[in-house]
Ligand binder design. Structure first.
Ligand code: ZN
Length: 287
């Protein structure tokens, strides 16, 4: 598996790196705040071949999502496209040699304890992450998954050059209709799925899926993002579904739609390939 250095970093993201470095340099894990990030050539080439055909995208319905439990690989594990209704689809496959699924479960709550930890993951794009329910992060007797599933992370990060203030509400994959009873036989040993909302106004706009499948040398992460398929306006604990004819014309503008779907794949490729390179050491020292 050959890797290449990520060598085009917009000026705004270089500044994010400098600002993050000032905050993290006195932390005990500062040595893992790295300047060089790499991507797996084979996967990035797939993303850079242009959009996949819509027939290669998994629809966000149980019948399709459960195909992720079949052995082997689907047609387009890394790629992006825009569906005819304007919604966006991003898929990304990343590799974690030398890592265990438990390390990923640990990471998903451990990084939300303080924002500096979150910046390790993507020093050029991640700014802050806080868990809404902080008590579950330190409460004794909980599993790693208990500490993030059911919790919400309040996040500021860049998607390429655009700063986003979002919230991710983590849920059990069964809430998306995925049959988790087949996880052991499918060798899916960890997951991080959730609904992504903008903070202000509270609009849920994305469903995110990360499934970690055991491999001979560690695990692989299969990720899916559905943007605009189930837009909801959330005010004071109440939700209203937003009709696609209202929510999707914006996505249909080519430069917003396809570009966003592509940036999401690249962001995922970069951050998870990077996380895989630091996770075993971080886990051994800080778990
Ligand atoms: Zn990120």
């Amino acid at each position: 598996m050959s890797k290449s250095l990520v060598n085009y970093i917009p000026a705004v993201n270089q500044q994010v790196f400098e600002d993050n470095y000032k905050k993290i340099k006195s932390k005990p894990y500062a040595q893992y705040f790295l300047k060089d990030m790499y991507v797996v050539d084979e996967e990035v080439k797939k993303a850079q071949n242009g959009p996949i055909h819509v027939s290669q995208a998994l629809k966000p319905i149980p019948e399709d999502l459960n195909k992720l439990l079949n052995p082997g690989y689907l047609e387009a594990e890394t790629g992006y496209c825009q569906m005819p209704d304007g919604t966006l689809y991003s898929a990304s496959l990343t590799f974690f040699p030398g890592c265990t699924p438990e390390m990923l479960q640990w990471w998903f709550w451990w990084h939300s304890v303080e924002s500096e930890r979150y910046t390790l993951w993507y020093p050029y794009c991640h700014i802050s992450s806080h868990a809404k329910n902080k008590d579950t992060l330190t409460k004794p007797g909980l599993t790693h998954e208990d500490r993030y599933k059911g919790n919400t992370h309040i996040i500021t990060e860049y998607l390429y050059e655009r700063k986003n203030n979002i919230e991710i509400a983590f849920v059990d994959p069964s809430e998306l209709g995925i049959d988790t009873s087949h996880f052991p036989s499918a060798k899916i040993l960890a997951s991080a799925c959730g609904f992504v909302s903008m903070q202000m106004p509270g609009i849920e706009f994305c469903t995110m899926i990360h499934l970690a499948r055991e491999t001979q040398d560690g695990f692989e992460l299969r990720s899916r993002y559905y943007i605009g398929h189930n837009v909801k306006l959330k005010i004071l604990g109440r939700e209203w579904r937003v009709n696609k004819s209202l929510s999707n014309p914006v996505l249909k503008l080519n430069h917003i739609g396809l570009q966003t779907a592509y940036e999401q794949v690249m962001h995922d490729q970069i951050e998870f390939t990077h996380l895989a390179s630091i996770l075993p050491d971080l886990y051994n020292k800080f778990s």
